[in-house]
Each structure stands twice: as structure tokens, then as C-alpha cells.
Design a protein around this ligand. Structure first.
Ligand code: PXL
Length: 280
């Protein structure tokens, strides 16, 4: 047998998210990101969208029972080492995902997507309530942006101090780690990671220009990929933020709206399993 020096052990990561046929966001972005980190990617669509870089034209939710059937099917064969959720649509689907995740006891990153980059709703109101009630208590990390953090914490989030206060409130809802992403503030792009009474700040220089399509998806997918490779949550956030910053910097001029980020940006620790396989 020829040994090409490639790692035989390849962790699998799963995304449960919306489909963006234009490839900038949603499960397409997640799969590209998993791949870039050298992780075997799996994807369960929870809502289908008709969209391009200019906006979302239509949303078609997948039957909650069919989402569950996909999750169970994967779990029986290739149990993921880490998973992330994106747009889930309805409360029923959120509950199916929560029930699957409870049984699978997989490290779960929840990106609490409420609307698309262009502002179209991708979750119903009771979908967000269900996410807070049933998904947050059992996830390892939740990654809201300023708007999502405000909706979940019941406050407006417009400053670094607001981000910290929102993170503390959201941690009370159950997640072990809360990452509030500050990409929409001015100045440096600073994210706040809160866990167990400890605050960590992650800072990168802001990349000038219009907002980019799929930034949050690539960020949470990179975190899930790095967790599946055995990185700790703070290590995963640090490397994922560097990846996303570079992905925005290199964003290709594709489409006539919000250009997608470049999922081919360099990914630190890609494909490198931390030796000793820590407990996740
Ligand atoms: O970036 C949030 C997001 C998540 N999921 C889908 C999307 C978007 C943004 O447009 O289309 C499917």
C-alpha cells in the first residue's frame, strides 16, 4: 500500500442549516469551510431558500420529521465529532434538532440565525423562542451577532459593554460559551467570548467595505470544524476569527449584491488533530 502521508483519521462535522444556492451562506458555506479545515463535512438542510447575493426571494421549510430522519440516518452511520446549526425555520424543527442533539451528546455550536444578510426572516418568532428554550440549554457555544444577541437577551446591543452584558444574560440561558460577534460595530472588529465568569476579547482590524454575505456562517462552521479537531473553544474562536477576517479581505467580486466571503482563505490548524484526543 502506498502511504501518501495523509492523515487517515478525519473527523466528521455536521451542519444543520438553510440552503443558499448561491453558495455564500448557509450549509454550502459551512461545507466549504469544513473542507478548508480538512474536516469531513456533512449537511442536513432545514430550510431551502431561493436567493442570490442581492437577497432572498423565497423560503421553503423542510418537514421537521424529514430533518429528524436525516439526522438519525447520519447518527447511525457517521456520528459527527462536532455540529453546528444555522437557519432552522420553525419551532418544530428546532425541537427535533434539540432532541437529536440531546441523544447524540455532540458538541454543538448554535448560530441563532434570525434573518438573512439582506434582512429577510429565516426563523419564525416561535422558532427563536424554541431555540432559546430547548437548544441553548444544551449547546456548547452560541454565536449571536449584535442583533441576535439583542433579541435573545431582550436589550439593545450597541457597544462593547452592551455585548458583555448581553453575553452574561445569554449564558444564564444555558450555553457554556457565548460568543457575541461585533462585526457590525465601528472600529476594530471585536468579539466577546464569555464563559464561567470569564471574559475574553478577540480583536482583528476591520476590513473596510460593504457587508459580506455568509460571514456568520463561515465563522460558526470554522469553530465547529476546529472543535472536531480537538481544539478548545477559545483556541477555536481565535483561529476561526483569523480565518473569517482573511475570508472577508479576499472576498471575490462575485454577484451584484453583497459579495460572498472567500472560503478558500488559509485555515490555521486545518486537518491537524490535536494529539492525545482531548475530551470535548
Ligand atoms: O448569514 C445568515 C444566513 C444563514 N443561512 C442562510 C442564509 C443566511 C444569510 O443570507 O441565506 C441560508
Amino acid at each position: 500500500m502506498v502511504d501518501c502521508g495523509l492523515p487517515r483519521e478525519r473527523p466528521a462535522a455536521l451542519t444543520v442549516a438553510g440552503s443558499d444556492p448561491s453558495g455564500g451562506a448557509g450549509l454550502q458555506a459551512d461545507l466549504k469551510t469544513f473542507h478548508q479545515f480538512g474536516v469531513y463535512g456533512m449537511a442536513v438542510p432545514a430550510v431551502l431558500t431561493s436567493q442570490n447575493t442581492l437577497g432572498v426571494e423565497a423560503v421553503f421549510p423542510v418537514e421537521p420529521a424529514f430533518v429528524r430522519s436525516q439526522l438519525d440516518c447520519i447518527q447511525r452511520d457517521i456520528p459527527p465529532r462536532a455540529a453546528k446549526t444555522g437557519a432552522l425555520g420553525s419551532a418544530e424543527t428546532v425541537c427535533e434538532v434539540a432532541s437529536w442533539a440531546r441523544n447524540a451528546s455532540v458538541p454543538l455550536v448554535v448560530d441563532p440565525v434570525i434573518s438573512s444578510t439582506s434582512g429577510q426572516p429565516l426563523s419564525s418568532e416561535d422558532g427563536l423562542e424554541a431555540l432559546v428554550r430547548s437548544l441553548l440549554p444544551q449547546c456548547l457555544m452560541v454565536t449571536p451577532n449584535l442583533h441576535e444577541a439583542g433579541e435573545i437577551a431582550g436589550m439593545t446591543v450597541q457597544s462593547l459593554e452592551d455585548m458583555r452584558r448581553a453575553a452574561v444574560r445569554i449564558a444564564d440561558l444555558g450555553p457554556e460559551w457565548v460568543l457575541v460577534t461585533g462585526g457590525h460595530l465601528s472600529g476594530d472588529a471585536v468579539d466577546v467570548l464569555w464563559s464561567d465568569g470569564q471574559l475574553r476579547l478577540f480583536r482583528e482590524a476591520r476590513v473596510a467595505g460593504p457587508s459580506h454575505h455568509g460571514t456568520g456562517c463561515a465563522y460558526s462552521a470554522a469553530i465547529a470544524a476546529l472543535l472536531s479537531l480537538g481544539r478548545t473553544p477559545p483556541e477555536a474562536v481565535r483561529a476561526a476569527k483569523k480565518y473569517v477576517t482573511e475570508a472577508i479581505r479576499r472576498a471575490p467580486e462575485l454577484g451584484r449584491g453583497n459579495h460572498p466571503v472567500d472560503h478558500h482563505a488559509p485555515a490555521k490548524w486545518s486537518g491537524m488533530l490535536r494529539s492525545g484526543r482531548p475530551d470535548l
